[in-house]
Write a protein that binds this ligand. Structure first.
Ligand SMILES: [Zn+2]
Length: 332
């Protein structure tokens, strides 16, 4: 169950004192999810129908965590659920997104595209001027083990065509064990970004470098792909983000929270050549005598982003661009 509230505990507050000097006053969160239970059956058990993840709740919960920014805006998508391939569910999800856009006048949204949709079907859903992108997700691929899906199985050509025509972004969460270091993933990204130069591809989670090496080894190969961007959502270790800060034009990097996932006291870490998503109950088993401190994922992420920025000697302007300026330039 998603918790009702997102209380900040003493270890979180200690970290926030450190983050206070790092976080800029204006924030545009480029990767967050807003949704309710009516079109998200895969989370039904964990969601209170009376407590949707709506814009007001996001502002309230994340405002405090982000040191009460003077401006807090974002780019949001629903929680991607395979049930949303059904027209009725898709309509509900789109309607909900538009309602949120109306409450968040300087924010943007991306609609979830289904692999079977035609360009005309996608275009017909761009019903709000601030729908500025398309979201795809591996769970919608038509195969049993979607964690090993090739990108084309869940990011249809029709999405590229619409993004090219309308200058939209596409947010892509890579799968397959080696993520960006998977030769087929990398080949596809290079080929499509060249074929559709007016579309912008955002590689979520530092190209899903939850296993750091997958990003560290490969991001350099996209240095010249000017329409390929990165977001840092939910990444809890600094190496892949540092590599991006070193090798990619700093104007093509975005920060995102991955709200509401970032409310959990979990952590995702590199382990051998893969990664492990450690849940709060597992973390507290590590040292039952003296319980480990654990932060919210949001804080794990911000501390790792700060560490990457320190290691890369980034100045305040670059940090401000990462948290605000770059997203504004991309979406407006
Ligand atoms: Zn996400």
């Amino acid at each position: 169950m998603f918790s009702k509230e997102m209380p900040l505990l003493p270890p979180d507050r200690e970290a926030l004192k450190i983050l206070k000097d790092f976080l800029p006053p204006r924030i545009f969160d480029a990767h967050l999810h807003l949704f309710d239970a009516s079109f998200t059956p895969r989370l039904r058990e964990r969601l209170d129908p009376a407590l949707p993840f709506c814009w007001e709740r996001y502002e309230r919960e994340m405002g405090e965590l982000l040191n009460f920014p003077s401006i807090l805006q974002g780019n949001f998508f629903v929680d991607p659920d395979p049930a949303q391939k059904e027209p009725e569910m898709m309509k509900k999800a789109d309607r909900f997104l538009i309602e949120q856009l109306e409450k968040a006048p300087q924010s943007t949204a991306e609609i979830l595209v289904s692999p079977e949709e035609s360009p005309e079907q996608i275009e017909a859903r761009l019903r709000h001027p601030r729908i500025k992108g398309l979201k795809c997700y591996h769970l919608l691929a038509d195969r049993p083990n979607t964690a090993q899906a090739d990108i084309w199985e869940y990011l249809p050509e029709s999405a590229w065509e619409v993004a090219e025509k309308r200058g939209l972004a596409i947010t892509l969460h890579l799968v397959k064990d080696a993520a960006l270091s998977d030769p087929e993933n990398l080949r596809y990204i290079r080929e499509k970004s060249r074929q559709y130069p007016n579309a912008v591809l955002i590689l979520a989670h530092a190209a899903r470098a939850f296993a750091s090496w997958t990003g560290v080894e490969a991001v350099e190969k996209l240095a010249n792909a000017e329409n390929v961007w990165f977001d840092f959502a939910a990444v809890c270790e600094s190496p892949a983000m540092l590599r991006i800060l070193q090798k990619i034009d700093r104007k093509r990097i975005l920060w995102g929270s991955d709200y509401p996932i970032c409310r959990a006291r979990d952590k995702v870490v590199s382990l051998a050549d893969g990664f492990l998503w450690m849940y709060q109950n597992q973390l507290s088993c590590i040292s039952p005598q003296s319980p480990v401190k654990n932060w919210l994922i949001a804080i794990e992420n911000l501390m790792a982003v700060r560490q990457a920025a320190l290691l890369a000697d980034w100045n305040e302007d670059a940090v401000e661009d990462l948290f605000y300026g770059n997203a504004r330039a991309l979406f407006f």
